[in-house]
Design a protein around this ligand. Structure first.
Ligand SMILES: Cc1ncc(COP(=O)(O)O)c(C=O)c1O
Length: 401
């Protein structure tokens, strides 16, 4: 890479995170720490607004257009026409669930075991539009994927309008069979929605080959950006069917024209933008967008495939060490079904939350969602950290009450 004089991101090096207090930060599936370039980008926007007031705004409008392109590249979408910037994953799910032209008795397939972000909005849409929810278990796809996919296809054959799944299950780290599910949806005329916050930034994603129609993603996990900014993808094919139920002033074409134009430019009959862009409604999070753009630049400088491979080496070293010590691993056996997460169940009677707290006492940050002890390293995690985790685990096991 050319020497730009700027600090570069490198696999296994945390020089860009000098303030991070934990010795091992394996908690990227929760909230990531911010790297120096991200904090600097945020500081710059705040300083510009402090200095110039409204004068900082045009630059941020331009930055947003560049950010769209960056995000489009990350998931194989057209940034300009298929990406909308929203506040978080939930805002993206809510926007899609509320903007579709539903017909009564249409069916939405959801998974028990998912993070509630990808369930609550569909439940609410079901109440409001008289839809039916069809439930499957996320765990069935982990334990016996072929059987679960056969059941999935039977549901599609019975008539499903929308399938809503997470790319990666937040508890077990199971990477869902997105390409297979997408292809089945196409075959049976169903639409395919993916909550991708546990994937984008660590798992290579391609909406076209995966047959994804809609996707929502927040930025504070694997995108290593500030909270309060995320994006939604709507495929070009689906853009026209969305209705402007959540539209606001920025949903219109040439939304900013009247801010500097004559009195005739203040109109309420401007056409709406299409698809994902229509889902942007009001003044946006410039600070979050700047941080996100800086972080995506770092991620793209390394490459998501390289990050995924690096994270697998880290987890490959830890997983057998844990299972030898009696932990039960939830990690998928096949490499192609693995994400950035390794979740385990502790071998003793201590709840996963107690284990997470004990590890935190030793300078290791992990999470404990729904009874699983979850390790989630990212590009800055060094491979020699695994030895530190093993030592900490042994110390905790030896302190067994
Ligand atoms: C699968 C999944 N979806 C969504 C979220 C969060 O959604 P939001 O970005 O709206 O806070 C999480 C974790 O917090 C998650 O694990």
């Amino acid at each position: 890479m050319a020497d730009t004089g700027k600090p570069q991101a490198a696999l296994g090096q945390r020089a860009l995170l000098p303030d991070l207090q934990f010795h091992v930060y394996a908690n990227h599936a929760s909230i990531s720490p911010l790297s120096k370039p991200v904090s600097a980008a945020v500081d710059e926007v705040m300083a510009a607004q402090a200095r110039e007031g409204v004068g900082f705004f045009p630059m941020e409008v331009e930055r947003r257009e560049r950010l769209r392109e960056q995000l489009g590249t990350l998931i194989g979408a057209d940034g300009q026409s298929e990406i909308g910037l929203v506040a978080n994953t939930t805002a993206g799910v809510v926007a899609i669930a509320n903007s579709l032209p539903w017909r009564p008795r249409e069916r939405v397939l959801v998974l028990a075991g998912e993070f509630p972000t990808n369930v609550t909005p569909w439940q609410q849409a079901a109440k409001r539009h008289d839809l039916e929810l069809v439930w499957m278990y996320a765990e069935d796809f982990r334990h016996d994927r072929a059987t679960a996919l056969a059941e999935f296809e039977r549901h599609l054959a019975d008539g499903i309008r929308m399938v809503a799944v997470s790319a990666v299950q937040f508890t077990t780290g199971q990477l869902m069979p997105l390409a297979t599910m997408g292809a089945l949806c196409k075959r049976h005329g169903s639409e395919f929605f993916v909550d991708a916050i546990q994937a984008v930034g660590v798992v290579p994603m391609d909406v076209t080959t995966m047959g994804i129609d809609y996707l929502a993603c927040g930025s504070h996990k694997w995108l290593m950006a500030p909270e309060g900014v995320g994006f939604v993808y709507v495929s070009r094919d689906k853009a026209e069917q969305l209705e402007p139920h959540l539209a606001g002033w920025i949903s219109h074409e040439n939304a900013f024209e009247f801010l500097t134009g004559g009195p005739e430019t203040l109109r309420y009959d401007r056409p709406f933008q299409h698809g994902a862009r229509m889902l942007e409604s009001g003044t946006f999070n410039s600070i979050g967008c700047a941080g996100l753009s800086a972080s995506v630049t770092l991620i793209q400088s390394i490459g998501v495939e390289n990050i995924h491979a690096h994270v697998q080496v880290w987890l490959d070293a830890l997983e057998p060490a844990l299972t030898e010590r009696g932990f039960e691993s939830a990690r998928m056996a096949e490499a192609e079904n693995r994400s950035g997460i390794l979740s385990v169940r502790p071998p003793d009677h201590r709840p996963a939350a107690d284990w997470a707290a004990a590890l935190a006492d030793q300078g290791i940050s992990v999470a404990s969602p729904a009874g699983w002890l979850r390790f989630a390293p990212h590009w800055p995690n060094a491979l020699d950290e695994v030895e530190k985790v093993k030592s900490a685990v042994d110390a905790i096991l030896n302190s067994r009450p």
